[in-house]
Write a protein that binds this ligand. Structure first.
Ligand SMILES: [Zn+2]
Length: 666
């Protein structure tokens, strides 16, 4: 903007819009004010009432912004000007596809709202909602904007694949381009009247020096947004950027939750008000927050997830009239829904109007989404029953809830309460396979044999101590356990895992490790496998790797050996989680009738502890923890990640290790 003297002869009227100003506005310096008004005040006497006339010329872009336009909500603007390119439903934005988003977008732009937290699941359209807000700001309320992603590559991808196409594809937004290609770089888009920056959580320098009016932080529970060892938290760094725009800034935080200590759950808890989406039953019209307990299917926990999903067998049951909603009725129910306050029976905008909070949060589980079927939710839950990692995924990515870490406050009595009436050495009738874990000592072997059912409930059949390799061979290859209530059937061990030792610790006995390798190569027979615990977190719990050299001394291992590296922390977590499951449920743990206090003491020999930085580790609190190790090795044998997995064998209807004794000829 340029200012000129009020003399009408200096600039032609067609180039300028005239504005009458009766006092010096804050944006005009005293010196400039004096120079523009000098000619007019002369000769009229100081202190006289003078109407000051100031001429101003505006650039084209400025005029476009300042043009008087009827204020519209973001959702209305989006249906007119937002064009989706990378979407299952390309074309103009339609609010009816994601009926819960208009409320969030429109609330975000209310003048007293500073922060919006959206705790959501994938495929609910959360990121698109943020793009709509940014698009609206470009067109209606410009100011420097910034997107912040967990890492550099995500930032680059979103810039080139999402945000730039969003501006290009919209006839309205594309008029704001400068026409200079250098203004459309990966980490910065310069529009005629505002820049949009792209940063990632760990690019502290990028975050440190730019005043920002609009910030959108996406996937803030992902690695990168954790405080880690750095001095300042990335979200605090972003917050400092708003100083210039203290009373007008907008901070949008979006993520799928992970843990209760994660950023999004913390942000949601820090909100002045939280809102839940209430769907309206198409049959009785009553509103309700949809919950997972309302999703029903035949067969309960025995149902097969793939079948439920393929045939779309799940439905939602209205909590008021018990009407069954299929996916289409669910979509109708969501379209007729509204956001309501979590604390009182008041709808979103009525609440905002009354209390004018500055930080608001929204909670959005997957079953509200047009893009997620009810059967998919049921399937994810059923898979979670088989595997604790998948249960965590279900909790995070479907329920939009944080995963509660197992707090280990169990005593020996708790552990021994899992004892059953079945004596040691007898396999329960529902068992489909036996696995065995062996922990090698200097002068012997601790071992534990457990049976598994199809739904991963496990029963400890036998545990104890062996002294020689010959004993180990007898246990693993020649022991047949009788099966409860079927006198003619016995079961042998299907898979066993033996600890191979040998770590970084200088005191580790590498001659023992070599001895185990040699034994495995000669006697493993595809039944006994070498395992090694790793303390570093791994993506998978079970990672097979072929080793062809000794880690110490670098001597070659003839023919090589496959070792299974185990993320022991994940297995310990799962073990203690299962200890909390009631007998009879999937994944429950049971013990034989003769289990002693020694077993309970050993499995409780380690405790989960959290250090100051929030890092969780398992700390040994008692000397003997061998049976806990045996628990983990035998659990690994049955884990879905150890191929071929036990569940795979069950699907193909084999019963590994089960044999019917020949009755002989009478
Ligand atoms: Zn109903």
């Amino acid at each position: 903007m340029t200012m000129k003297s009020a003399d009408p002869t200096l600039f032609p009227a067609k180039d300028a819009d005239r504005i009458r100003i009766s006092g010096r506005p804050s944006w005009c310096s005293a010196r400039m004010w004096a120079s523009v008004t000098e000619g007019m005040t002369r000769g009229r006497g100081a202190g006289g009432r003078i109407r000051r006339r100031v001429g101003v010329t505006w650039s084209r872009a400025e005029r476009k912004i300042l043009r008087k336009r009827k204020p519209v909500p973001v959702s209305v603007w989006a249906e007119k000007h937002r064009v989706l390119t990378m979407s299952a439903l390309p074309g103009l934005w339609r609010n009816e596809v994601t009926p819960y988003l208009p409320g969030i977008m429109d609330a975000a732009m209310l003048p007293y709202i500073r922060e919006v937290t959206l705790c959501k699941t994938p495929q609910t359209g959360g990121s698109e909602c943020a793009h709509n807000i940014m698009g609206y700001c470009i067109d209606r309320a410009p100011g420097p904007g910034m997107y912040i992603y967990p890492d550099e590559s995500t930032a680059r991808e979103n810039s080139t694949d999402r945000v730039l196409p969003m501006i290009q594809s919209s006839p309205r937004l594309s008029t704001y381009f400068t026409g200079q290609s250098r203004d459309e770089a990966s980490f910065r888009i310069n529009l005629q009247h505002m820049p949009i920056y792209f940063a990632w959580a760990r690019s502290a320098s990028r975050l440190a020096n730019k005043p920002i009016k609009y910030a959108i932080a996406d996937e803030i529970d992902k690695e990168g947004f954790d405080a880690g060892a750095r001095e300042a938290h990335p979200l605090d760094l972003i917050d400092k950027r708003f100083t210039t725009y203290r009373s007008t800034y907008k901070f949008i935080k979006i993520s799928t939750p992970t843990l209760e200590t994660g950023n999004i759950w913390q942000a949601l808890n820090g909100c002045d008000a939280v809102f839940d989406y209430h769907a309206a039953c198409p049959v009785c019209g009553q509103r309700q927050v949809m919950r997972f307990s309302g999703i029903k299917w035949e067969g309960g926990s025995d149902a097969r997830p793939s079948e439920i999903e393929a045939r779309r067998l799940a439905w939602y049951e209205c909590e008021h009239c018990t009407a069954r909603w299929d996916d289409e009725l669910r979509n109708q129910a969501v379209r007729a829904g509204v956001w309501m306050s979590r604390d009182m029976p008041v709808s979103l905008f009525a609440y905002l109007d009354r209390f004018r909070p500055s930080r608001i949060g929204f909670h959005l589980p997957a079953w509200n989404s047009y893009f997620v079927t009810l059967s998919e939710c049921a399937g994810a839950f059923l898979r979670g029953l088989q595997d604790i990692v998948k249960m965590q995924d279900f909790q995070n990515a479907y329920c939009a809830l944080p995963w509660k870490e197992t707090v280990m406050k169990k005593d020996e009595d708790d552990v021994l309460s899992h004892k059953t009436g079945l004596p040691a050495g007898v396999v329960p009738s529902e068992a489909v396979a036996l696995t065995c874990g062996i922990d090698v000592q200097q002068n012997g072997f601790w071992f534990l044999v457990k049976s598994w059912t199809r739904d991963m409930a496990s029963h400890r059949v036998q545990y104890g101590y062996l002294t020689t390799w010959a004993d180990v061979e007898t246990l693993v290859f020649n022991t047949r356990y009788p099966v409860e209530a079927s006198p003619d059937t016995t079961m042998g061990i299907w898979r066993a895992a033996i600890d191979t030792g040998g770590g970084k610790d200088p005191s580790d006995d590498w001659s023992k490790t070599e001895e185990i390798y040699t034994w495995l190569r000669q006697h493993g027979r595809g039944v006994v496998f070498g395992v090694k615990g790793t303390s570093n977190p791994q993506v998978k719990k079970v990672n097979p790797r072929v080793i062809d050299k000794m880690a110490r001394g670098n001597r070659p291992i003839p023919g090589g050996i496959t070792l299974y590296f185990l993320d022991t922390a994940q297995f310990k977590e799962a073990f203690f989680w299962r200890l909390g499951i009631a007998p009879g449920e999937p994944q429950a743990i049971t013990l034989h009738a003769d289990t002693g206090i020694d077993y309970a003491r050993q499995v409780l020999a380690e405790q989960k502890q959290r250090d100051k930085k929030g890092k969780v580790s398992w700390v040994q609190i008692r000397r003997d923890n061998h049976l806990l190790d045996c628990e983990i090795y035998s659990d690994a044998c049955a884990d879905p990640e150890w191929m071929p997995s036990l569940s795979f064998l069950c699907e193909t209807r084999q019963r590994p290790g089960r044999r019917v004794r020949s009755k002989g000829v009478r």
